[in-house]
Ligand binder design. Structure first.
Ligand code: NAP
Length: 292
């Protein structure tokens, strides 16, 4: 690991969450700061839920330039911020805070990063029919960014928590004045939905390590003409993406979403164009365990 000179002028960015040790954000951001010769440093802070308000007050008091926010603080941080950007306000969750002269503004670059990951691969979801699997935190950001772009959504979640999907679908219907069905995630509903879908998004944790042999969709239901986006990034190549690619479907990795959420935060804090490819390489190095 290289060391950069920290000076009296060095600006501080970071991430708050609990747990936080496994975050890839410090590697991505510090690599980008070094490459662009920016006098910034990015560190991880473990912040317990009960100490969130003090942490946000500390951000102001210490004049920290920017913070990413991860589990469990993405929703509970909102009352402590001064402003929200419109998409973060609709979603009701924040993953990026920018400090402009003591005014803290919350944004959701999970949502904008997801959209950027699609657009960057030439996939514009506007007016497309999209099946989203899952109704947790990732699905929420993804559904709002798709709805805002004008996609037609169907949300599928397992029976156990179907009410989560129904609640999310109702919120999106209300916010964007469009019909959003919520269905149980089973083979019959998948078959009926996927036959009409141009984009499939897996926002469940199915296929994630330690269960990389699992997939949320039987291979027989995938179609060559569809785009398959898997929010799971660990492993980078999931079984779902492997099976979709095998039949000729285009796929996009959750790693692109992860890196874009960081890259868009980087741009807010520094005003510089983020070095996406470099940040992606840095994240991949960590994921594949080849970090020196
Ligand atoms: P979460 O809030 O805990 O939600 C998990 C979702 O997965 C829920 O909808 C849950 O359904 C579903 N699920 C879990 N096990 C399942 C199973 N066996 N069968 C069917 N559905 C199942 O988690 P999250 O934060 O949304 O994360 C979901 C995935 O997205 C994780 O793999 C995470 O690493 C990834 N992610 C990626 C990014 C990125 O930038 N690429 C960002 C955030 C998250 P129930 O409601 O029924 O429990």
């Amino acid at each position: 690991m290289s060391t950069r000179a920290i000076s009296g002028k060095t600006k501080i960015c970071g991430v708050i969450g609990d747990p936080i040790e496994h975050t890839m954000s410090p590697v991505m951001h510090n690599t980008a700061f070094s490459k662009l010769g920016l006098d910034y440093v990015y560190v991880a802070f473990r912040v317990k839920a009960a100490e969130l308000s003090q942490a946000v007050a500390g951000m102001k008091a210490l004049n920290i330039t920017g913070l990413n926010v991860t589990i469990p603080h993405k929703v509970s941080i909102i009352p402590f911020l001064d402003k929200l950007d419109p998409l973060a306000e609709k979603i009701g969750a924040v993953n990026t805070v920018t400090n402009n002269d003591g005014v803290l503004t919350g944004a959701n670059t999970d949502a904008s990063g997801f959209l950027q990951a699609l657009m960057d691969q030439g996939v514009d979801p506007a007016k497309k029919r999209v099946a989203i699997l899952g109704a947790g935190g990732a699905a929420r950001a993804i559904c709002f960014s798709l709805a805002e772009r004008g996609a037609e959504l169907v949300i599928l979640n397992r029976k156990l928590e179907l009410d989560w999907a129904e609640k999310l679908a109702a919120e999106i219907s209300g916010a964007f004045n469009k019909e959003v069905p919520a269905l149980e995630l089973n083979e019959a509903n998948l078959a009926a939905t996927l036959v009409k879908s141009e984009l499939l998004v897996n926002a469940t944790s199915v296929g994630m390590i330690p269960n990389p042999d699992q997939t949320p969709v039987p291979a027989s239901l995938l179609k060559p003409g569809m785009v398959v986006f898997d929010a799971v990034y660990n492993p980078i190549q999931t079984r779902l993406r492997r099976e979709a690619e095998a039949i000729g479907a285009k796929t996009i990795s959750g790693l692109d979403m992860l890196v874009w959420q960081g890259a868009l935060a980087f741009e807010k804090w520094t005003g510089q164009k983020p070095p996406f490819a470099l940040m992606q390489q840095a994240a991949m190095k960590v994921l594949t365990g080849h970090e020196k």
